[in-house]
Ligand binder design. Structure first.
Ligand SMILES: [Zn+2]
Length: 468
């Protein structure tokens, strides 16, 4: 890595395409779930762009766009209108894409993000401005076969939500944390499955670097084709270093579009930005503009879920350390954690987080389970046994705890004595101050007790006998 990198700062803005999980496509009745369909079977004259056909707006997609915009703190445009973005490409039979250029669903929002720093302890926080959110339709796909390029139009007309951020992101780590948070947000709203590997969530990044303290931004390079969180982080890291290297050599960073090549582990130039395409946007004449009144906004904005960051903050307020909170990225688990802790504020938050219901149905069984672990000071392995027993029977945790076959202190004492008698050399080493070999004795005790010993108790007895 170029050490000069510390003398520079990076500026990153993202453009994210989120595939909406509506039942039908954006402007026709075709099924919107055709990932596994045979090529060109999930199409109709509307999405294939036959002359003379008329698109019809998908109200669900509009509502979900508004819902996401409200959640991200955007102001909602009172007038929504679609525009034509004209360009030619073989996967776009209409010759234009219907998009919202002049009047996006929402503008000027923001998303607060927190993530765990590299030390795995510290909470880092930042906010990213949302420039705009607009709706549009997707194009088809080109499939490059051995000696031909084939066109599959199944994806034509799939509803997309494009989210454009302000250039507020300062590092590849922040970009990844932001995108992961955005994924959680759209999933919590149930508007998209947002699976990056499946292309439900696609991201392009604008990256520039400038010497620390400079006011003017450096030339912007657009990076495309980052199909996973890991590739995005790698691509951004590579691109920042590439630009710093150029500047250090006194060269210019060209304004261009580059793609991430995962095999080469590098971004490669795709096209120069100079003389960029004019899309000749104009209002889509086949769709009426719609007015979004207060009533609509109230209806769509009712009962929105808490933002993931608010759920995490709640968990922290219940005493769960941030590093543990950060591991609970599953929003259902975070919500369950909050609900258990609200009802039982005497519970040990770490214990609750460790045992959050996976297979458990019902909060009652879980609450009893935690109570029994705490009251009986059960070790992890005994708690696991209790958990397994619970899954098999209809008995309550309180009834089952008596059936746990933990060894009594007396029986365990006998096993410990036996192990000590069997291993005089090891014992001599421990007594001479070599604590490292103690683990061997513990291993023998656990093996002889067939795993039924409470490790903490066994350790106590062992230490007591050894110091006698
Ligand atoms: Zn169709």
């Amino acid at each position: 890595m170029n050490t000069a990198i510390e003398k520079y700062e990076a500026t990153i803005g993202l453009e994210i395409h989120v595939q909406l999980d509506t039942k039908s496509k954006m402007f026709c009745r075709c099924d919107n779930n055709s990932e596994n369909a045979e090529p060109n079977t999930n199409v109709c004259p509307v999405c294939m762009g036959y002359p003379g056909v008329l698109p019809v707006m998908n109200e669900q997609a509009i509502d979900w766009g508004i819902k996401t915009a409200i959640t991200l703190g955007c102001s909602i445009n009172p007038m929504q209108r679609f525009d034509r973005k004209n360009y030619f490409y073989p996967d776009l039979p209409k010759g234009y894409q219907i998009s919202q250029f002049f009047y996006p669903v929402g503008e000027k929002g923001n998303l607060k993000v927190d993530y765990l720093a590299g030390d795995r302890k510290t909470k880092k926080e930042f906010a990213v401005g949302i420039t705009r959110i607009h709706l549009e339709e997707d194009a088809g796909k080109l499939v490059h076969a051995k000696d031909a390029t084939l066109v599959d139009l199944n994806r034509c007309g799939t509803p997309l939500m494009e989210i454009v951020t302000e250039p507020d992101i300062k590092s590849p780590e922040e970009a990844k944390a932001f995108l992961q948070e955005l994924q959680r947000v759209v999933r919590s709203l149930w508007v998209s499955r947002a699976d990056m590997e499946k292309g439900h969530l696609r991201v392009d990044a604008n990256v520039s670097v400038r010497p620390l303290g400079h006011d003017v931004l450096g030339s912007k390079v657009e990076v495309k084709n980052m199909n996973s969180f890991r590739f995005m982080e790698q691509a951004l890291r590579y691109e920042i270093e590439r630009q710093v290297d150029l500047l250090e050599k006194g060269e210019r960073v060209e304004q261009e579009t580059r793609g991430w090549d995962e095999k080469a582990n590098a971004t490669v130039s795709q096209r120069s930005k100079e003389g960029s395409v004019d899309y000749r946007y104009f209002p889509e004449p086949d769709l009426p503009s719609i007015t979004i009144g207060k009533e609509k906004i109230d209806e769509v904005g009712a009962d929105l879920p808490l933002l993931p960051s608010a759920l995490r903050l709640k968990a922290e307020e219940f005493g769960l350390p941030y590093a543990r909170v950060n591991e609970l990225q599953d929003l259902d688990k975070l919500a369950e954690f909050a609900s258990v802790m609200t009802e039982n504020n005497n519970f040990d938050p770490i214990l609750v987080a460790n045992w959050l219901p996976k297979e458990f149905v019902g909060e009652k069984a879980f609450t009893d389970f935690v109570e029994v672990i705490m009251a009986n000071k059960l070790s992890g392995s005994s708690a696991q046994k209790l958990y397994d027993l619970l899954a098999k029977t209809k008995k309550t945790p309180a009834e089952l705890v008596g059936e746990l076959k933990s060894l009594s202190e007396e029986d365990l004492g006998k096993i410990v004595k036996q192990v000590i008698d069997d291993n005089p050399e090891i014992v001599a080493k421990v007594k001479a101050g070599d604590d490292r070999v103690k683990g061997f004795l513990m291993g023998q005790i656990m093996a002889k007790s067939k795993g039924e010993a409470e490790p903490a108790l066994a350790q106590d007895i062992l230490n007591r006998i050894l110091t006698e």
